[in-house]
Design a protein around this ligand. Structure first.
Ligand code: ADP
Length: 276
């Protein structure tokens, strides 16, 4: 641990003495280090596509100026890199918004079944393009929770998109299952669980504890190739925390992964979980 010691002399009724103040600064220093790491990571993540863009601009002005085929090829790459920067900035803004709102508990009554159906409909074409079957189970009855519909939609979107992107081989299957939990011990009450499961490559267990850290990826090259920003699961974690919910990650290398989000059930007297 890190400690700051401040010693000052003092005189009480003519007698000289000293005060010693011991201050534990471990937490403050850790937070400061995390902030520095984050700024360094963001700068690096933005610089990578920016360097590519600048390089191609230079090439288009010079050697490729009169080569129509090369120009088209380079413009397609520049388009992809600009898209990457745009996604990164979008995710950074989402993350900062969620962090700002984390103390304010969402108060709308939202139906998880409707949100799961809508996320599956939105991502249907993405799954189809990857030759993955996207199935929804248990979404035929209402599942009311106290929440923020846009944020829960983002959680579902990130988890299903990841399952399609990393978790499934060609011809694989992603299942979104909604079920009622009579008593969730951590939430200390009833809840609704959404499970996003894939039968893909799985994640080695050494990675699991760090998976929701900002910019943590199992395979950075693969994530970049697939258009990932490394922020998706960090956003999920913060949104679930804001909802006083739980996020569980189970995975077995070679068999697949299961991401489960459990949110407190909505009740007319407020949601089931303890207020905090
Ligand atoms: P990214 O933008 O890279 O997808 P995320 O925070 O969403 O960032 O995910 C972090 C990393 O976790 C990914 O880069 C990937 O390596 C791994 N991952 C996430 N979901 C899955 C999954 N369903 N199957 C295998 N690996 C996954």
């Amino acid at each position: 641990r890190r400690c700051v010691v401040t010693v000052s002399s003092l005189t009480v009724r003519g007698r000289r003495g000293a005060t010693v103040v011991l201050e534990d600064t471990t937490g403050v220093e850790q937070a400061e280090q995390m902030r520095r790491d984050f700024v360094a990571n963001v700068s690096h993540e933005l610089r990578t596509p920016l360097t590519a863009l600048m390089g191609f601009i230079e090439t288009l002005r010079g050697p490729a100026r009169d080569d129509a085929a090369a120009r088209e090829r380079f413009l397609a790459i520049m388009d992809r890199e600009a898209g990457r920067m745009n996604r990164l900035i979008g995710d950074l803004l989402s993350l900062s918004r969620v962090e700002q709102e984390e103390r304010r508990r969402p108060s709308d009554r939202v139906d998880l079944a409707t949100l799961v159906r809508s996320a599956c409909a939105t991502l249907g074409p993405t799954a189809q393009a990857a030759d993955v079957t996207l199935r929804q189970i248990g979404t035929d009855r209402a599942a009311p929770v106290m929440g923020d519909a846009d944020q829960i939609q983002q959680v579902l979107h990130n988890l299903i998109e990841n399952a399609v992107k990393y978790g499934s081989r060609t011809g694989g299957e992603v299942r979104a299952t909604l079920s009622h939990v009579a008593h969730e011990p951590v939430l200390r009450g009833p809840g609704w669980a959404i499970e996003i499961a894939d039968n893909g490559e799985g994640i080695d267990e050494v990675h699991l504890p760090r998976l929701t850290e900002r910019f943590y990826r199992v395979d950075t090259h693969r994530s970049r190739e697939k258009g990932g920003t490394g922020l998706g699961l960090a956003i999920v974690k913060h949104i679930v925390a804001r909802h006083r919910g739980r996020l569980k990650i189970d995975s077995a290398k070679g068999l697949g992964s299961r991401f489960t989000v459990i949110l407190p059930e909505w009740t007319s007297a407020g949601s089931g979980a303890p207020q905090g």
